[in-house]
Write a protein that binds this ligand. Structure first.
Ligand SMILES: Cc1cc2nc3c(=O)[nH]c(=O)nc-3n(C[C@H](O)[C@H](O)[C@H](O)COP(=O)(O)OP(=O)(O)OC[C@H]3O[C@@H](n4cnc5c(N)ncnc54)[C@H](O)[C@@H]3O)c2cc1C
Length: 476
């Protein structure tokens, strides 16, 4: 069964412990730092009730994003669902419910990977997938250790006690994007662990209202925004990032997916399609976000009256080329699909292309932002402080006169440029640049991975074939 936005919001009012600016947040759906973004997540749930979107998003009563794709056609259908969701926030909500729904489907496609020497989590992984799909739940995840890591003080989350009914965990994990808006959190480790590091080798899911679980939120851009007109993105699509702190949190066995098995704890991300499914969602969202930035660029150049200048049309051409690159990575990952577990686990997007998408996106996004800023010029900065200036009886006529350009009334132009600044130059925009560069790992990690996933042998043998084709005595 799919849930309505209202049902989703009711689920968030569960007494969860969220901290912001030294204050305990009582209700994320009502607090000025979170409520509009919570409403945006609720809007995603309501999409499933829309007669146009429902056939794309839902199949057999459950979300398509959370189904195990069995064919190339089902991968394409899943992408259409991802795209519908991404378009609803113009690509600015990264951790929408379909992200972890697809990850969990990856677990369900290859449950045998969860059977380790120390613990068998296969049944629990299947139950996790079922719970998410049947309850239409939104799950965020924290897989990264805090900066202090697993050093002397050992602040990274670890198992401190085993009881009859489950385990007790203590410590922190970061960065919980969207965690304050989630029904559940999946906690684990995606990096390889040392073979003897059994106490950190754990993966589990928890409800947000579990005793001892705290989320410490970063600054809320939503709370700082003045109005939707002034900051249309920050005010509504601030998905939040929070540090997870567990103070002796009890996790029942049925929610434990890996335990005391370092190899399995990392393998569930790389030997199941979970991670590739994540990339399928995020690559689709990235494509959508680049479309949005390029659309902004076209509107800005039109409003600035520069749209017909050859260097400007070429710059738009470059941005459209980036959109096509982002699209091509999605289509190519689908076309190079691979069977999971000999076909028993359905299909997954191709690994080589999916991994490479992370490199492309991390490098392309800052460049696209710079290119749009270059086209916009100083107009992005020289804007009335707020929409109130336009409404003021004395100031309004002045603002309307001096901020207009031929064919573009001041209100339209200010509206457009404020949207552009929010997307490109605000604190919210800065966080988005960091997100696109790091949410899938740091460059030194994913570039190194590409040396294994990429076609290094083919490249080398082609160059070697050329070298082998001639020598000192070769004549022309
Ligand atoms: C906005 C945002 C949202 C995120 N959301 C989530 C989330 O929801 N869940 C989650 O689990 N994680 C999330 N992440 C975390 C993300 O996975 C990590 O940021 C990423 O894995 C990199 O780890 P790090 O930040 O510790 O960087 P580091 O590993 O510390 O790397 C930072 C920089 O240090 C240098 N460096 C460090 N080590 C080396 C090395 N060995 N060799 C060369 N250079 C090195 C490089 O310049 C590198 O770019 C998010 C990150 C961001 C920015």
């Amino acid at each position: 069964m799919t849930r309505s936005g209202q049902e989703y919001l009711e689920g968030l009012r569960d007494g969860r412990e969220i901290w912001l600016d030294g204050e305990r947040v009582k209700d994320v759906t009502a607090h000025p730092a979170f409520r509009a973004s919570a409403a945006s997540f609720a809007g995603l749930y309501d999409l499933a009730d829309d007669p146009v979107h429902r056939p794309v998003l839902v199949q057999g009563g459950v979300r398509r994003a959370g189904a195990v794709p069995r064919s190339y056609e089902e991968l394409v259908a899943r992408r259409r669902a991802f795209r519908t969701t991404a378009r609803a926030s113009y690509g600015f909500l990264g951790r929408t419910p379909d992200y972890m729904a697809a990850g969990a489907a990856g677990f369900a496609a290859a449950p045998a990977v969860f059977t380790g020497d120390a613990f068998d989590g296969a049944g629990h992984a299947l139950a996790f997938h079922r719970r998410l799909a049947e309850g239409d739940l939104h799950t965020a995840f924290t897989l990264t250790d805090p900066p202090s890591g697993r050093g002397e003080d050992d602040l990274a989350l670890r198992v401190v006690e085993e009881r009859d009914g489950g385990i007790v965990v203590r410590g922190a994990k970061t960065i919980g994007t969207g965690a304050v808006f989630a029904d559940e959190l999946l906690v684990g480790t995606i990096e390889p662990l040392a073979a003897d590091d059994t106490e950190h080798a754990v993966t589990f899911s928890v409800r947000l209202d579990t005793p001892g679980l705290k989320l410490i939120s970063r600054t809320s851009y939503e709370e700082r925004s003045r109005s939707v007109f002034d900051q249309p993105l920050s005010s509504r699509y601030d998905e939040n990032d929070a540090l997870l702190v567990c103070e002796d949190v009890f996790v029942p066995w049925e929610r434990v997916l890996t335990y005391r098995d370092p190899a399995t704890t990392a393998a569930i991300w790389w030997q199941t399609p979970a991670y590739l499914n994540f990339v399928h969602q995020s690559a689709t969202r990235f494509w959508t976000k680049l479309e949005f930035l390029t659309g902004l660029a076209i509107l800005i150049t039109r409003s600035n009256g520069t749209g017909d200048l050859p260097p400007v049309t070429q710059a738009i051409g470059r941005l459209l080329g980036m959109v096509a690159q982002a699209k091509a990575f999605v289509l190519a990952a689908e076309a190079s699909y691979e069977e999971v577990d000999g076909g028993r686990g359905g299909v997954r997007p191709g690994q080589e292309i999916s991994f490479a998408q992370r490199i492309m996106a991390g490098e392309l996004y800052p460049r696209a932002v710079q290119d749009v800023k270059l086209l916009a010029g100083g107009a992005l900065v020289q804007l009335p402080a707020s929409g109130r200036d336009l409404l003021h009886p004395e100031l309004g006529p002045l603002v309307r006169r001096y901020f207009a350009t031929p064919g573009h009334p001041a209100e339209d132009r200010v509206k457009l440029l404020k949207l552009a600044w929010d997307a490109l130059g605000s604190e919210f925009a800065g966080r988005h640049e960091q997100y696109e560069r790091f949410y899938h790992g740091a460059p030194h990690v994913y570039l190194t991975m590409q040396t294994r996933a990429g076609a290094a042998e083919e490249c080398e043998s082609l160059a070697q074939a050329c070298l082998d084709g001639y020598g000192l005595g070769t004549t022309r």
